[in-house]
Design a protein around this ligand. Structure first.
Ligand code: NAP
Length: 262
């Protein structure tokens, strides 16, 4: 675990996001609302790549300090270095395999001295193919990462937020959550669980001052989407989305809607 704080020099010269990064109204909403409602620290799981990496970038641009959690320490460190320099925020990296039982407690310990105002439950894996031919260990591992860990993290950090009377939790689901999907049976079922959990908590935690939103994204241009062999996405009616508008949609609706679909 390492923590980078901006040097005086960096803080003075650090750039806030280019105006073109966000719609001006969204930016104003983000920077003011985020600092007061979801600061001073946000915890992002699956921060090293794809959608999680873009969450980290946009949240740093909003001025939040960040805890980055995923397995690949080198990628976390280089992202931390880049963002501390660019945005003048503090960043702690926590290399962790969230597939492991006990990793929730590890993450809680690694952040015990920080006020986590926003949890982004993003880390996930997918499996696909004929269910009966799939590897049972991989399917079980998917459930640990996609279901058990987000539930546990929401429980642990949600309690702390509720005690403070403010905070936010963002779950990352999928448009595959809205219907059973043959050949993605376990993955789509895991995302249906996350959608249901998040929508229930959106209602339940509201009276504690904790905002809960579930991002249900469609096909998004990341390594995960790129690694699905045997599927020609050019033949589907779904366009591949960039991570930037997907994450922007999630952050725009945090505290406003329960399940935005970009
Ligand atoms: N891309 C899409 O089309 C799409 C569509 C709908 C929903 N989603 C959802 O969006 C989320 C992010 O997916 P993505 O497309 O950005 O995938 P990605 O590019 O493959 O990134 C996955 C992230 O999760 C981390 N991760 C994977 N296994 C982990 C583990 N055991 N412990 C800790 N971290 C782990 C990876 O980092 P390390 O390798 O460093 O651990 C990486 O940072 C997932 O929940 C996914 O289900 C994606």
């Amino acid at each position: 675990m390492t923590t980078r704080t901006p040097s005086n020099n960096t803080a003075n010269t650090a750039k806030r996001p280019a105006v073109s990064d966000f719609d001006p109204a969204d930016r104003a909403h983000q920077t003011t609302k985020f600092a007061t409602s979801y600061g001073p620290w946000a915890l992002v799981t699956g921060a090293s790549a794809g959608i999680g990496r873009e969450f980290v970038r946009q949240l740093a641009a909003s001025g939040l300090n960040l805890v980055l959690a995923s397995r690949n320490q080198n990628r976390l460190e280089s992202l931390a270095e880049e963002l501390t320099h660019r945005y003048g925020v503090a960043i702690r990296t926590v290399p962790v395999d969230l597939g492991n039982a006990g990793s929730t407690e590890g993450l809680e310990e690694a952040t015990a001295d920080l006020e986590i105002g926003l949890l982004v439950n993003n880390a996930g894996v997918e499996t696909h193919g004929a269910f009966l031919k799939s590897d049972l260990d991989r399917e079980n591992a998917l459930l640990q990462l996609n279901i058990v860990r987000p539930m546990e993290l929401a429980h642990v950090f949600g309690q702390k937020m509720a005690r403070r009377g403010k905070g936010g939790i963002l779950f990352v689901s999928s448009t595959l959550a809205y219907q059973p999907v043959p050949y993605f049976a376990n993955y789509s079922s895991s995302k249906a669980y996350i959608l249901a959990l998040g929508e229930a908590l959106h209602f339940e935690l509201n009276k504690s001052g904790v905002d809960v939103t579930v991002l249900s994204t469609g096909l998004t241009d990341t390594a995960m989407a790129g690694n699905i062999e045997g599927f020609d996405f050019g033949k589907t009616p779904m366009p591949m989305m960039d991570v930037e508008p997907v994450v922007r949609t999630a952050l725009k609706h945090l505290g406003r809607r329960s399940f935005p679909v970009p």
